[in-house]
Ligand binder design. Structure first.
Ligand code: PLP
Length: 390
């Protein structure tokens, strides 16, 4: 595209009201935020445990900053690999219940690094249609065949696996789907991966810290931790900028896998290590995740309160046991009107529209947090009811 084309394309986005704009956050992330200069209740972050503004995490980072400074100064393979990174990796592997773990600067980079270092031409990725954009890009960049199966459709997936002549196969899926909040059929995916000798790659960005009694994520939720620990073809990935309230991501699995990534994952090798102080905050965050189980209990109460409160609404509340609670409204115009009405009442819930979701499935994406109070959630329920019936 040249500049006149960019100009015309932007005008077209404007005309169809599909132009995206950033809201300006002032102050800390949390249940109550200042957005574009306006204080409101927010149901729009991935800060599921309310840790992004936890003083203990900030303090851990400050303490580390005071002793080791800010910048990592180099990539991990040069001189950037700090004892604080290594300590976080050991804690993360332990919490996930897997033999080894590797930190990445972002989840996006982790997905790209893993898939491209294991697969190439002649191989195949079997991917859920609703996978996160970073997994889609990872598959494309790998040059492997990219076979997408209908959302959660195990028969479709098995057909594709059975008919594949690919040398190396990988099933790749979001564990919790980011725009729908539902959970992939993990035990069945384990079975299929074993039967067809495929890697199973689980992106648990929205489950780690949240799912399972101990917040160990989707594997704990399904009672699969032992099976996962004994399965060298399982690759577990989770992000640290969502429930953990910090930044970055990790990949966990067999020691050989981790050693391979250190040697071959380009998004690990050719980039500066994350500031070690952030790793110190990750380690501190994990301690809070373990010690403060009340955060997950509170989140479950909020989910139940919202779902009970919204059963009689005219819009479809999608099935979800996670903090991601989408209300499917249908048209762009309807969801935009709803967002505006909520904003008039001091509540921010984002409207999710195509191309992020399929045409005709525009939705409110309510995201709940242990940082909310029950009164916050009741306030949202009352507002939605008033809008629906008024
Ligand atoms: C957020 C997210 C990512 C990207 O993680 P970042 O650390 O934000 O880059 C990857 N996968 C899924 C499913 C996500 O929701």
């Amino acid at each position: 595209m040249d500049i006149p084309e960019v100009h015309a394309a932007l005008a077209a986005l404007q005309a169809t009201k599909r132009i995206r704009q950033r809201r300006l956050l002032d102050g800390a992330q949390g249940a109550n935020v200042s957005l574009d200069g306006r204080v409101c209740r927010s149901f729009a972050s991935n800060d599921y445990l309310g840790l992004a503004n936890h003083p203990g995490l900030a303090q851990a980072a400050i303490d580390a900053l005071n002793t080791v400074g800010l910048g990592a100064g180099a990539s991990h393979l040069l001189t950037g690999h700090h004892a604080l990174h290594q300590a976080a990796e050991i804690e993360l592997a332990g919490h996930a219940g897997l033999p080894a773990a590797l930190l990445f600067s972002t989840g996006y980079m982790a997905n790209i690094g893993v898939v491209t270092s294991l697969l190439g031409r002649g191989d195949a990725v079997f991917a859920d249609k609703l996978n996160h954009a970073s997994l889609v890009d990872a598959a494309v960049l790998s040059r492997a065949e990219h076979r997408r199966y209908r959302h959660g459709d195990l028969n479709h997936l098995e057909d594709l696996l059975r008919n594949s002549a690919a040398k190396t196969k990988m099933i790749a899926t979001d564990a919790v789907f980011s725009m729908d909040g539902d959970i992939a059929p993990i035990p069945e995916l384990f079975d299929l991966a074993e039967r067809y000798h495929a890697w199973l790659y689980l992106d648990d960005a929205h489950g780690f810290g949240v799912l399972g009694q101990g917040g160990r994520g989707v594997l704990e939720r399904f009672g699969l931790m032992e099976r996962a620990a004994q399965n060298p073809s399982l690759i577990y990935m989770a992000t640290l900028g969502k429930a953990l309230g910090v930044s970055g991501a990790f990949v966990a699995g067999a020691p050989e896998l981790i050693e391979w990534l250190v040697n071959k994952a380009r998004t690990y090798i050719y980039t500066t290590a994350m500031p070690p102080a952030l790793s110190a905050a990750v380690t501190a965050s994990l301690k809070v995740v373990v010690a403060e189980g009340w955060r997950r209990e509170r989140l479950l109460e909020h989910i139940a309160c919202l779902r009970n409160g919204l059963v009689t609404l005219p819009w479809r509340l999608l099935p979800s046991e996670t903090p991601i609670q989408p209300v499917q409204v249908g048209s762009d115009a309807a969801v935009m009107a709803l967002t505006r009405e909520l904003m008039h009442r001091g509540i921010f819930v984002p409207a999710i529209r195509p191309p992020t979701v399929p045409e005709g499935t525009s939705r409110l994406r309510i995201s709940l947090s242990a940082g909310h109070t029950l009164a916050d959630v009741e306030h949202l329920v009352d507002a939605l009811r008033a809008i629906a019936h008024g």
